[in-house]
Design a protein around this ligand. Structure first.
Ligand SMILES: Nc1ncnc2c1ncn2[C@@H]1O[C@H](COP(=O)(O)OP(=O)(O)O)[C@@H](O)[C@H]1O
Ligand SMILES: [Mg+2]
Length: 446
């Protein structure tokens, strides 16, 4: 009865045909086919290497599941709504277009209506990164859900979504890369022997070689990004749940230190990263960036910092602006050079904006710690990131940068919070210019 009313209400709707490109599906490999055809537990998890086809297989599985039930409401979640829309909703719309499934994305509500054999189904979209995301989900009831990259979500939000899937024999589909073995997804689901034995949870493991849609040269390239004994190779390529131990930049060596300066105009960009601490260190890194056809080279040319603890006096923002001005003049930096302010250093940003002497463009940067570490360790390994030998604090802090073993026991991957100012200041120009993210996301192929 209710469904009939929905149908009437939406019958007149024009299901949108927007700019989404068709996503023609290749035949799936064996592992993806297993996931699509045999994930019939309450919670079904596609675990595995990056680019192994987990998300695409799960989208197809989720659509098939929706089409097979008589229920109306379903949920879909990503780390953030933005990530969900980019990584999942977009390919899903392309897949629906190529399969001839009509949909309407009600963007103001973050809901997608799907027309399935004359019946309307609604998928509600959620971002579940932050604490408190469970509050938004509370109260709703769903007959199924799809959670992409579940290890990086807030556990409370995930628990809430799982508990809200109570309509009949609801099914939940999740994807994730392996992470820390103390991550809640591993302890509560992937490695929960009781739930696995009861068929409450089913895990299907994916490897990059299981994805027949990737070209062999692209797969070779992806595998060469990380050293074979590194944390990220073990997780992203070998599909192993391991935690970081000891030195973070363990591939940093003398080859990453250079002593002959290149002329500044050799670089395509010269930019300045910063790290801001009122009672600790505020520091800056001048970085030269040169783009080659197959990679981008980063040279740390100059470090400059003020250590309030050592000096015994904290600096004012006006004094910091003076320091930044002197760096700007020393390296002849202008409008086409960017100075990156940490996202939380709002007072410094407004002091810089007010000072007429500052000619550099200003930008803010909000780091994702693990992504930055992954990127920078790969750059050291490839020797695409070099530090000038005069940058002694940077070299010292890179060598001393280590994983926090206590945090790892709680399932969290992060560095020990000490003497990390210089490595932190490197991040903005590097992450902004590195194309590795696009390579990993498949935007750049080989
Ligand atoms: N059945 C398929 N048909 C076409 N392309 C596919 C298919 N499965 C995977 N792919 C391709 O492989 C890429 C990686 O798949 P994806 O599911 O995003 O991997 P993961 O989620 O494991 O990182 C996708 O961007 C897509 O280009
Ligand atoms: Mg994915």
């Amino acid at each position: 009865m209710i469904r009939h009313d929905y149908w009437k209400e939406y019958q007149s709707l024009q299901f949108e045909e927007d700019d989404i490109e068709y996503f023609p599906l290749d035949p799936f490999g064996e592992v993806a086919s297993t996931f699509i055809l045999q994930s019939d537990a309450f919670i079904n998890i596609a675990v595995g290497s990056i680019r192994s086809g987990k998300t695409i297989a799960s989208i197809v599985r989720f659509l098939r599941y929706i089409q097979s039930t008589d229920y109306t409401y379903f949920a879909m979640a990503g780390k953030t709504l933005k990530a969900l829309k980019k990584n999942v909703v977009r390919p899903m719309k392309g897949i629906m277009r190529s399969l001839g499934i009509k949909y309407h994305h009600r963007k103001s509500d973050d809901e997608i209506d799907i027309l399935n054999m004359g019946k309307l189904r609604t998928i509600v979209l959620y971002g579940v990164e932050k604490k408190g995301s469970d509050e938004i989900i509370k109260g709703s009831t769903y007959a199924g859900a799809f959670l992409d990259e579940v290890t990086v979500m807030d556990p409370e939000g995930v628990h809430m979504l799982v508990s809200r899937n109570s309509d009949g024999d609801a099914k939940i589909f999740m994807t994730c890369k392996p992470g820390n073995p103390n991550n809640f997804v591993y302890t509560e689901y992937v490695n929960n022997q009781e739930k696995l034995a009861n068929d409450d949870v089913k895990v299907v493991n994916f490897l990059i070689d299981d994805n027949p849609s990737l070209s062999p040269s692209y797969v070779r390239h992806i595998k060469s990004i990380y050293p074979e004994d590194s944390l990220f190779y073990k997780r992203n390529i070998l599909n192993q749940w391991v935690s970081g131990q000891g030195a973070i930049y363990d591939k940093f060596n003398d080859d990453n230190i250079y002593d002959t300066y290149m002329p500044l105009d050799w670089y395509d960009f010269v930019e300045v990263g910063s790290d801001y601490g009122t009672s600790t260190t505020t520091c800056y890194e001048v970085i030269g960036i040169k783009e080659f056809e197959d990679h981008t080279q980063f040279d740390v040319i100059r470090e400059y910092g003020y250590d309030a603890k050592r000096e015994g006096v904290t600096q004012t923002d006006a004094q910091r602006v003076d320091d930044i001005y002197h760096l700007q003049e020393e390296y002849h930096l202008e409008k086409n050079n960017t100075f990156y302010v940490s996202h939380d250093a709002t007072s410094l940003l407004s002091a810089l904006e007010k000072d007429d002497r500052i000619k550099m463009s200003l930008d803010t940067f909000k780091p994702n710690t693990l992504e930055c570490i992954q990127e920078i360790s790969s750059l050291f390994y490839k020797n695409y990131l070099r530090i000038h030998k005069s940058c002694t604090e940077t070299i010292k802090q890179i060598q001393g940068y280590e994983w926090d073993t206590k945090a790892a026991q709680n399932g969290e991957d992060k560095p020990v919070k000490k003497d990390d100012h210089y490595p932190d200041a490197l991040r903005a120009p590097i992450i902004t210019h590195s194309n590795q993210k696009e390579i990993l996301a498949g935007v750049i192929s080989f």
